[in-house]
Design a protein around this ligand. Structure first.
Ligand SMILES: [Zn+2]
Length: 319
């Protein structure tokens, strides 16, 4: 973990599916910390707990905030059996529909799945994680609707529900004293964004909420810490997807064709360009076009089957 601004420490996951960030917030007094997201596996969760104990000897993580319901941000909670779990009411409601640990374990254990299948894609991208000892996430013990103000050892942390955006109930945490925002998956850096079906116009509005805050430091759910200009750039990217998707939906372009053309024309040089399918699927659904897979595993199957056609990256220009 690295201290980004005083009292805010990031465990940076890295690029690719599942390598999420976790953020530890320590107070100016007291020994009760807050952890914003807790990564994907029991092993990662235990490493976070160990690191928190090193950062403030004698302290412990009293509260975990889930930025949203996805497993890569919640399953590490098994390492914190005594912590309170805070989430938006919409996130708590969405959690039972998430991919469950035994299902994922079963898919990953499948011998030699056919090339282009959802199982092969999941094994390629998730096979290196060890999900032993993960029964699933701990369920929230405290929920809130629009905003919840927390006191973390004298440090004010505002939880704002900005969903539906990336998911149904995304939470961001704003720490005014540090001009810092913990953005969760409202912000992806270096990889294309993935949508789990919430309207993309809501996601653009969520980024407007972030940009309206008096903040200079933005910690994404995946990727490195960035400043305001990257948040604005990411907003432009999503707005571009929305405008393009609305045009393609109204002219009846098939979803996969629209995604392939988008990637061929606009070369961001980011990882996982196949995820553009999920973004356009959300725009198509908002435009009233039905018929494409929408459930998590269904969308994964779709991008697995066609991912190779959608990967139009030129030489990487990673930010
Ligand atoms: Zn994530």
């Amino acid at each position: 973990m690295e201290e980004v601004v005083p009292g805010v420490w990031i465990a940076e996951g890295g690029p690719g599916w599942g390598w999420s960030n976790a953020v530890l917030v320590t107070g100016s007094s007291g020994i009760d910390h807050l952890l914003f997201d807790c990564q994907f596996t029991a092993g990662a969760g235990h490493a976070l707990a160990d690191r928190a104990r090193q950062i403030v000897p004698g302290g412990s993580v009293g509260r975990i905030v889930y930025s949203h319901a996805n497993p890569d941000h919640t399953w590490g909670s098994v390492a914190f059996p005594d912590a309170d779990i805070v989430a938006s009411a919409a996130t708590a409601a969405e959690m039972p529909a998430e991919t469950q640990a035994p299902v994922l374990r079963r898919i990953l254990a499948q011998p030699d799945p056919p090339a282009g299948s959802g199982a092969a894609y999941l094994q390629e991208h998730f096979g290196h994680f060890d999900f032993d000892g993960v029964p699933g996430p701990r369920i929230p013990t405290q929920t809130y609707k629009d905003r919840l103000d927390l006191d973390v050892g004298g440090r004010e942390v505002q939880l704002l529900c900005v969903g539906p955006a990336h998911t149904a109930g995304d939470t961001v945490a704003y720490i005014p004293s540090q001009k810092t925002v913990l953005a969760g998956d409202i912000l992806f850096i270096d990889d294309h964004a993935v949508s789990w079906g919430a309207p993309l116009t809501g996601w653009v509005r969520a980024l407007d909420t972030l940009l309206a805050l008096d903040a200079q430091c933005f910690i994404p759910g995946h990727g490195p810490v960035v400043g305001r200009e990257h948040v604005a750039g990411f907003r432009t990217y999503l707005e571009t997807v929305v405008e393009y998707g609305q045009r393609q939906a109204s002219s009846g372009t098939p979803l996969l064709e629209a995604a392939a053309v988008f990637n061929a024309r606009r070369r961001y040089g980011w990882g996982l360009p196949e995820r553009v399918v999920t973004l356009l699927a959300a725009v198509y659904r908002e435009a009233g076009v039905e018929g494409e897979a929408q459930a998590q595993l269904g969308l994964v199957g779709l991008i697995a089957a066609h991912g190779a056609d959608l990967d139009c990256r030129d030489s990487p220009q990673r930010r």
